[in-house]
Design a protein around this ligand. Structure first.
Ligand SMILES: [Zn+2]
Length: 164
């Protein structure tokens, strides 16, 4: 019995096509990255009382920090030659260059060029991050940018074409 099984396996091996078989299907892939940043929720066009009423402790003038978790999802069909939509290591590099290197251990209100003038709520951050990441995606298409401010609170953005 064991001998017969061996013969059958090698017969299958020799029957492998030179060109990989392609499976049709649209797939999502996700890369997760982390960064730590300080911020403050504050609308400078409003009074301190208005800000305290809307943001509570989050408008504290001495800042506070979050351990942010960013998840970025691409959708597409696996490339027939690689089986990948995109190498997740390459996606990691894009996310670091576009977002993490600029935000990690920085103040999101004052130190990040592409966030200047924006109230750095999780909602606004996912839109801003999408805008920074999207031009670098050359394979598949950007499907979702999800940002966790805490393990329980997160926002996600599906791009400017998403309906209300
Ligand atoms: Zn906060």
């Amino acid at each position: 019995m064991p001998k017969a099984a061996t013969v059958s396996k090698s017969a299958k091996r020799s029957a492998r096509p030179k060109v990989p078989r392609v499976l049709p299907g649209v797939v999502s892939i996700t890369r997760q990255v982390h960064f730590n940043s300080a911020h403050r929720l504050h609308n400078w066009s409003k009074s301190q009382q208005w800000n305290t009423d809307h943001y509570g402790l989050c408008t504290n003038p001495h800042w506070h920090g979050h351990n942010y978790v960013l998840e970025v999802t691409l959708r597409g069909r696996p490339d027939p030659e690689t089986g990948y939509i995109m190498d997740l290591g390459a996606l990691k590099k894009i996310l670091h260059r576009a977002v993490v290197d600029k935000c990690d251990h920085h103040n999101l209100n004052d130190e990040v060029d592409f966030l200047r003038g924006i109230i750095p709520s999780t909602e606004n951050l996912v839109i801003a991050f999408w805008n920074e990441i999207e031009p670098h995606i050359k394979a598949g298409r950007l499907h979702c940018v999800r940002l966790y401010e805490t393990p329980r609170n997160f926002a996600e953005y599906h791009g400017p074409d998403a309906k209300d």
